[in-house]
Design a protein. Sequence first.
Length: 199
Amino acid sequence: MNRTFVLLAVFAGLLIGFGGLAYLNVGGVAGAVLFAFGLLSVVMCRAELYTGKAGFLPPRQMPRLVAMLLLNVVGCLLAACVAVYSKNEALFASLDAILAARRTASWHALLVTSAGTGMIMTLAVYGARQKHYLPLLFGVPVFILCGLPHCVADAFYYAVAVLRGDGDWWIAGAWALAVVGNYVGCNVPRLMRGIEQND
């Protein structure tokens, strides 16, 4: 694990966190579109994002993928510090709605809906690799407006909640289900369409 990998993985989490921050502040369709800034920036900078790589890396690179995810969380924590210091009440109201939806969802609902996000993410990134960028612009609003969990974005939301003093043990379970569901969904396009595994 070299320095460049670490920095790019943390940076990816930071970018997704800023996308989440925009969504919480603006909300609705406009906020969901603004969230796409995060993924567009990740692709542009070739940052190391868990859901951007999970459908492309071969299973033997699972340790790299796990390290990437943990470093993404570090980036989300940095973005969460910015969110908490902004002290925007509209932001916190939006966050509470997301947390309530995650908290009341069943484990199988979280797993299945997270798989939907993973599939969308892999298709969006695959499109960008083929020089088609519209899937990036539309894919993010699709999963957000449908309420589908994205484990890195959720890491940002949960980090804001914890920093506000609203953390609880259910968060760990909900996040773990999103991680697994995203991974499964990320690999559906590869299995169905034969998307090549590479880094």
